[in-house]
Design a binder for this molecule. Structure first.
Ligand code: BGC
Length: 782
């Protein structure tokens, strides 16, 4: 485990910095980022940053708004991904520079926390209010002192809008405060460097200017992407608080639009500006509507006022926390980590069915804003059991991508079926390194798994009939397409990569085969159910996908005869046909600075060893829990733990959950701690490029599935709670089939309470429990 450096006071509801920390500026830009699932704004201050190069990466991103560029392979091959898509850095609308003078503009000094002297300082992000606030006092080199307070929010209930307010009070002089409010379109994306996880293969500006408008307090830039063909309107409206007479002086410098407000102030008097900003793109609206929508929204926001937006933000979050809050008694560090993670998930997730949740949310450019399997396997359950409407929107996104997945399947020589891309924004495969990209065919089974979870939890047959069934069956076809029967009659799947990216292009990856088996069974069951219960839907879907009546039987057979590698001697599941015969990695002689291995060894060096980047077999133990015996789980855990580096942030949460199940309480806690504070403590050293959304969701999984022992596979709801020795108790809630269940665990035992709904059945450590509206509570002694 990494050495931890808890830099923030362990406030359970707040991320707070009580002293400026220039050395962590880049990292803190990510941690203090704000978002609403669409807009993401890094935590850079309004006045910008004058620190050394490489200590900042200011950015504003729009989920799903991307540019595309051809991928250049010096040595190409058939059907390699042709085009990359990457989330664009869009104009910076939050800029407000501050100048102070004593009435004589030529004596003006620009506020810059790195010049002069900072007095008091605090920056905080209160997770209940969703407002980033900074208060400080500062003395300019001339000796003039000010107090400053800035507040910023990205509206959680209006995805196009953000708002900010900056107040300045002269403390020892009277004069003028000038606010220079800017909309800056001269922004770029990070260019690719040595770390494959960061940067895009792009050079230069991606957004071309079509027009700029500036009039009074209003500024707008109209830009178009060069290749993806989208138009973007970024707009701002600034106002001087409580002093209507102050006029803006407008200035334009190419892509930068500025309004300057000079406000005369007496010592001790406050001068303030408020700014509303919005982004609209032709991905969502006809081009002609973008400007009118921007103007209307900004006018409405100004009429409503900054304070009213602050109130609305808190109301939205109150609803979120009422459902989603996970409470830990006796561990503020973890409590902070958990809430911070849940909050960032909410900030990151697309909810419109056209966007998804990227590996770094909308907080940074790592992984280029791509969506991966992280969504279905890690993030989906958090939303499913807390905000099912968002879970459904995530599935809608996959539905929208079905045509692309069909096209990709044809490119990959599959005559039928659909193959979802390993990484993408708009649906096309963007992985330029196929051994750890396209080869991860398990993405199909992962999507089917999440659809099954959704249907089990919601009973939403309408969605099954409209979309779900077709996705599941189309994706199942890929398994019978790539698999075959070997001489012993076993169904084998060759030349794929499982979740563990330190092992590539193998035969019969355990995870893939086991998940494909579950997928094929599910597809066959759906086909049968549709035929008997919804024959019209069955006929329509069968026609749309040219389903041969014999196919469901083929799926069932392949599932029944699926090869699931098992080593009888070690009595463990083999990660794939060759894994156990590889040379073990020499961990003893691998210096700490050589991790992550992917940055220090050629892939083939890694591939020919027994070494894992992340949970693979161990993940199957969780997802398909009811198919394994406890002893098998323990042996698998022991074996794979010893060869896993956890170089992927997706690993430790899964090890925590399975450790809890097999009775390794200490390990469960340690791995959980690693996950829960992964970004706050920057344990992977790359949070500066964005938060790790899968690990963030892994924290919720760690509480519900890990310590709570919750499982839903196999169609039944089970709990097996344990209490870590470090805690006095914990509570979480889940929504399921119209019910809201609260689970509370403490030293006395477990309390289940049906907070909403008529009846719910589940098991507690194997014993059946039934809650009803008449008897909503049940207790189990420890
Ligand atoms: C992991 C993948 C994951 C990706 C994006 C990689 O490091 O190995 O499993 O999908 O990051 O989070």
């Amino acid at each position: 485990m990494q050495v931890r450096n808890h830099r923030f006071p362990p406030d359970p509801w707040c991320l707070r910095e009580d002293a400026p920390d220039a050395a962590s500026h880049f990292l803190n830009e990510t941690l203090f980022a704000l978002g609403n699932g669409y807009i993401g704004v890094r935590g850079t201050a309004e006045e910008g940053w004058s620190g050394p190069a490489g200590t900042s990466r200011d950015g504003t991103y729009l989920n799903g708004f991307h540019e595309s560029e051809p991928i250049h392979y010096p040595e190409t091959a058939f059907a390699l991904a042709k085009t990359n898509q990457f989330m664009l850095n869009v104009p910076n609308a939050k800029g407000i520079a501050i100048w102070i003078d004593d009435g004589n503009a030529s004596s003006g000094e620009r506020f810059d926390p790195l010049q002069g002297t900072l007095g008091t300082y605090r920056r905080s992000l209160d997770l209940r209010h969703g407002v980033l606030e900074r208060t400080l006092t500062w003395t300019a080199p001339s000796g003039r002192s000010i107090a400053l307070r800035s507040r910023r929010l990205v509206c959680l209930d209006n995805r196009h809008l953000l708002a900010l307010e900056v107040e300045v009070t002269p403390l020892n002089f009277s004069g003028t405060v000038r606010f220079v409010s800017s909309l800056d379109g001269a922004v770029r994306n990070l260019e690719a460097g040595d770390d494959p996880r960061i940067g895009s293969a792009v050079s230069g500006a991606s957004l071309q200017l079509l027009s700029a408008e500036q009039e009074g307090d209003f500024s707008a830039l109209v830009q178009r992407t060069r290749n993806s063909g989208f138009t973007l309107v970024s707009a701002t409206l600034t106002e001087v608080a409580d002093r209507p007479a102050v006029q803006a002086q407008c200035r334009r410098d190419d892509l930068r639009l500025e309004q300057t407000y000079a406000i005369p102030v007496a010592q001790g008097e406050k001068a303030a500006v408020r700014k509303y900003a919005c982004y609209h793109t032709s991905r969502d609206y006809p081009e002609t509507e973008l400007m009118p929508r921007s103007r209307d929204l900004l006018d409405a926001a100004r009429a409503e006022g900054f304070d009213a937006l602050v109130v609305r933000q808190a109301a939205y979050l109150a609803g979120f926390w009422q459902q989603a809050d996970v409470e830990i008694d006796g561990d503020d560090l973890l409590q902070q980590g958990i809430r911070f993670n849940q909050y960032h998930l909410l900030q990151s997730v697309g909810r419109d069915g056209k966007t998804n949740i990227s590996a770094k949310g909308v907080t940074g450019e790592g992984y280029e804003g791509h969506y991966f399997w992280d969504t279905e396997i890690y993030i989906f359950p958090f939303f499913l059991y807390n905000k099912p409407e968002i879970a459904r929107a995530l599935l809608e996104y996959r539905w929208a991508g079905l045509e692309s997945a069909r096209r990709r399947a044809r490119q990959m020589s599959h005559a039928k079926g659909a193959l979802y891309p390993w990484r993408t924004i708009a649906g096309e495969e963007c992985s330029a390194y196929f051994p750890a990209g396209t080869a991860q065919y398990h993405i199909n089974a992962d999507i089917a798994y999440s659809i099954r979870q959704y249907l089990d939890a919601t009973g939403d047959d309408a969605w099954l009939r409209a979309h779900g069934a077709e996705i599941v069956m189309e994706t199942a076809r890929i398994w019978t397409g790539i698999g075959s029967y070997d001489r012993q009659g076993r169904f084998v799947i060759n030349e794929v990569t499982g979740p563990d990216e330190y092992t590539a292009l193998v035969n019969n990856n355990y995870y893939t085969n086991a998940m494909a088996q579950a997928h094929l069974e599910f597809a066959a069951a759906i086909a049968a159910r549709l035929a008997s219960e919804f024959p019209e839907d069955h006929a329509r879907i069968a026609q749309s996908m040219s389903l041969d009546p014999a196919e469901p039987e083929e799926w069932a057979n392949a599932a029944r005869l699926m090869r699931l590698p098992y080593d009888a001697e070690l009595r463990i599941h083999e990660q794939d046909d060759s894994f156990l015969s590889k040379k073990p990695w020499d961990f003893a002689n691998t210096p700490a600075e050589n991790y992550p291995l992917l940055l220090n060894y050629h892939p083939m060096v890694i591939y020919r060893h027994q070494v894992c980047k992340q949970a693979d077999v161990v993940l199957a133990l969780l997802l398909l829990s009811s198919r394994f015996e406890l002893d098998d789980k323990r042996r698998d855990f022991d074996y794979y733990e010893a060869v896993t580096t956890h170089d992927s942030s997706l690993s430790s949460c899964i090890f925590s959950i399975v450790a809890a199940e097999v009775g390794y309480a200490g390990k469960a806690y340690d791995y959980f701690m690693e996950t829960a504070r992964l970004d706050l403590d920057d344990t992977h050293g790359n949070t500066c490029h964005g938060v790790h959304t899968a690990a963030m969701a892994g924290t919720w999984l760690g509480v519900a599935y890990g310590f709570g022992g919750m499982r839903t596979d196999g169609g039944s709801l089970r709990f097996a709670p344990t209490l870590p020795a470090q805690w006095q108790g914990y509570r979480f809630r889940i929504q399921l089939r119209g019910c809201l269940l609260e689970v509370g665990v403490n030293v006395a035992g477990t309390t289940y309470r049906l907070a909403r709904g008529d009846a719910l059945r589940f098991t507690h450590h194997g014993r059946p429990v039934e809650l009803t509206a008449a008897q909503p509570e049940h207790q189990e002694a420890a």
